[in-house]
Write a protein that binds this ligand. Structure first.
Ligand code: GDP
Length: 299
């Protein structure tokens, strides 16, 4: 189910309720049930959905509404409670790192192979370059043949300076060299792309820790494929316990995926989503903020 379908179903559930002649507790319960079904079929973790149901019920507190409450007030109360709790679902109430001008901000990317790291690195470098930051890219993926070439091509197209090596096989050495060089040249945004591999494996996590301690990033961002459904939660938890990333970028939100898995990843790691990847092109990057996202979802 695509995210817009989810929005439509949630909307339909609330509209059905507010149109019903008898805005009674039974109608409220059936709206809640439809809302929860929609979230579960969009891959939002079932535990989170149950919590959401409980909190909306407690907030509305249908049984204890003053008898004088008219249908319109009930409607507004329910709509507001649904909105607030959906916002809560994607809002971990944690502030992401904000790069500052006039100093070097080192940003390290982590995530599984194919998640969209290399593509997103360039998108983000371009984003900052457009906002007046001196931005560059470092390729510390020495594992995948062709990784450096891909980054080089993207960076060249986006006119972003880059660093990498075809001969050095130790990713922490390449990362440290690249960061040191760009710091010396007073770059303000230094984005380091790392290797992903296919699975979460001990080698990958060990490498991530080595690169992290070699470059001491100001921010670590996890790139999460928005199409992976329920697996997003365990994947992001595993990365969180090793790389302790401070922000998430969800990619491929333009596809047919439900996206609920990614929403659950936020809750599991208490980490904010900062951007959404919305396509394969350089400009396909949208800033993420909980309230506008839910407003848009609800149409
Ligand atoms: P990496 O292995 O994590 O570095 O992943 P890549 O950056 O190579 O991306 C893997 C594939 O996903 C490529 O074909 C990208 O074009 C594609 N991709 C990345 N981000 C997006 C996105 O937001 N939307 C779509 N549709 N495709 C994306």
């Amino acid at each position: 189910m695509v995210l817009s379908d989810l929005g439509r179903r949630i909307n339909a559930a609330v509209t059905d309720l507010t149109r019903s002649q008898n805005l009674d507790e039974k109608a409220f319960e059936s709206m809640l049930k439809e809302l929860c079904n929609a979230l579960v079929s969009a891959d939002v973790n079932i535990r989170l959905v149950q919590q959401l149901r409980k909190s909306i019920k407690a907030k509305v507190d249908f049984k204890n509404l003053p008898p004088t409450t008219n249908a319109n007030s009930k409607k507004r109360l329910i709509q507001q409670a649904v909105f607030d709790h959906l916002v809560d679902l994607v809002d971990p109430h944690a502030e992401p790192y904000k790069p500052k001008k006039g100093r070097s901000n080192v940003i390290m990317f982590v995530g599984l192979q194919g998640a969209g790291k290399t593509t997103t690195c360039t998108k983000l470098a371009r984003h900052y370059a457009q906002r007046g930051f001196k931005a560059c890219l470092v390729c510390a993926d020495t594992f995948r043949a062709g990784a450096y070439d891909q980054l080089k091509q993207n960076a060249t197209k986006a006119k972003i300076p880059y660093y990498g090596s075809l001969t050095q096989t130790d990713p922490s050495i390449v990362a440290a060299e690249g960061v040191a060089r760009f710091k010396k040249e007073k770059f303000e945004i230094i984005i380091v792309d790392t290797s992903g591999r296919h699975r979460q494996e001990a080698d990958l996590f060990a490498e991530m820790e080595q690169v992290q301690s070699a470059i001491k990033p100001d921010q670590t961002i996890m790139v999460l494929d928005g199409t992976i459904g329920q697996a997003a939660e365990s994947q992001s938890s595993a990365f969180k316990s090793t790389a302790n990333f401070g922000a998430i970028i969800i990619t491929k939100t333009d596809g047919g995926a439900a996206g609920g898995g990614a929403i659950s990843a936020v809750a599991a790691t208490h980490t904010p989503i900062i951007f959404l990847g919305t396509g394969e092109h350089m400009l396909d990057l949208e800033r993420f903020a909980p309230k506008p996202f839910i407003s848009k979802l609800l149409g």
